[in-house]
Ligand binder design. Structure first.
Ligand code: ADP
Ligand code: MG
Length: 257
C-alpha cells in the first residue's frame, strides 16, 4: 500500500484507496480519471456533482462491480482490481453495503426476504434469529414494518428505497455505499433514512459514502467530494459546499493542474 496516507487520530489505513485509475465504458466517450483518492476509515463522505459526472460509476468501481482499464482500487484492504469475477461478487456481498440508485430489489421476493437477501445468497453470512429481529427493527424505523410480506411491485418508489437501505445496513458492513439514498423520499422519511445511515456510520470504524444532490444534508457529512471537474482535471475538489470539512493534506492528493 502507498505511503503518506492521511494521518488522523482515528484511522490507520484508508477504507478506500484509488491510484492512477482510468475507466471508460465499452460504449460512449465518458472517461473517469482519478490519480489518487483516499477515503478515511470511519469517515462520512458525500459525492456530489452533475448527473453523468461518474458518481455511480465510482461507487461501482469501489465495490468491484466495474473494473477500470488501469489503476488500482483497494477497498477494505482488498485489491478489488486483482480479484476474479466470483471473488469480487463475494467480496461485495460480505464486505460492502450497497444502496443502488435503482434499488435492485428482487420482484419475486417479499420485502422481508429482500432485506434478508445478503444472508440468502452468501454462505458465510448466517441468518439467525438476531438477524431477523434486526431486519424487523430496521423496517420499523423507516416505517415499512407493515409491508414486510408485500412484493416490491406493490411498493412506492420511496418504500422501495427504504427497503434497499435496510438491506444494505443489515450485514453491518464496514463500508456503506449509498447512491442517492434519499432521492425519492418525503422530508420525514428522508431524515429517518439519514438517521439509520448516520447511526450506522457512528459505530467505530464504519464508513459511509453517499451520492447526493441534496444541499440540505451535506452539512451532516465530514467531507464532500465534488465530481463536477473530475474527468476534466482527474481530480476531485473537496470542501466546496456547505460546512463540509476540506480534505486533510495527503488525503486527496491530486495532480494535473
Ligand atoms: P452519475 O451517477 O454521476 O449521474 P454515471 O456514473 O451513472 O453518472 O454515468 C457517467 C457517464 O457514463 C454518463 O455519461 C453515462 O451516460 C455513462 N454510462 C453509464 N453507464 C454506462 C454504460 N453501461 N455504458 C456506457 N456508458 C455508461
Ligand atoms: Mg448516478
Amino acid at each position: 500500500m502507498s505511503t503518506n496516507l492521511a494521518s488522523t487520530e482515528r484511522s490507520t489505513d484508508p477504507v478506500v484507496s484509488i491510484e492512477a485509475l482510468e475507466f471508460r465504458y465499452r460504449e460512449g466517450d465518458f472517461r473517469l480519471a482519478i490519480p489518487n483518492l483516499l477515503i478515511e476509515r470511519g469517515s462520512t463522505a458525500a459525492f456530489i456533482g452533475p448527473s453523468g459526472s461518474g458518481k455511480t460509476t465510482l461507487l461501482n468501481l469501489i465495490a468491484g462491480i466495474a473494473l477500470p482499464q488501469s489503476g488500482r482500487v483497494v477497498t477494505e484492504g482488498v485489491e478489488v482490481t486483482g480479484l476474479s469475477d466470483s471473488e469480487r461478487r463475494d467480496f461485495r456481498i460480505v464486505r460492502v453495503g450497497l444502496v443502488f440508485q435503482e434499488f435492485e430489489l428482487l420482484e419475486y421476493l417479499s420485502v422481508l426476504d429482500n432485506i434478508l437477501l445478503p444472508y440468502r445468497i452468501n454462505a458465510s453470512l448466517r441468518l439467525d434469529r438476531k438477524v431477523r429481529d434486526r431486519a424487523r427493527d430496521l423496517a420499523d424505523r423507516v416505517d415499512i414494518s407493515d409491508k414486510l410480506g408485500r412484493y416490491p411491485a406493490k411498493l412506492s418508489q420511496g418504500e422501495r428505497q427504504r427497503v434497499a437501505v435496510c438491506r444494505a445496513v443489515l450485514t453491518e458492513p464496514a463500508l456503506l455505499l449509498a447512491d442517492e439514498p434519499t432521492g425519492n423520499l418525503d422530508p420525514v422519511n428522508k431524515w429517518r433514512v439519514l438517521d439509520i445511515l448516520f447511526d450506522y456510520a457512528e459505530r467505530t470504524d464504519r464508513t459511509l459514502v453517499a451520492v447526493t444532490h441534496d444541499q440540505e444534508i451535506l452539512d451532516r457529512f465530514e467531507r464532500v467530494v465534488d465530481f463536477s471537474e473530475f474527468h476534466e482535471y482527474g481530480e476531485a475538489r473537496p470542501g466546496q459546499y456547505g460546512e463540509a470539512r476540506p480534505a486533510e493534506p495527503g488525503e486527496l492528493a491530486g495532480t494535473g493542474r
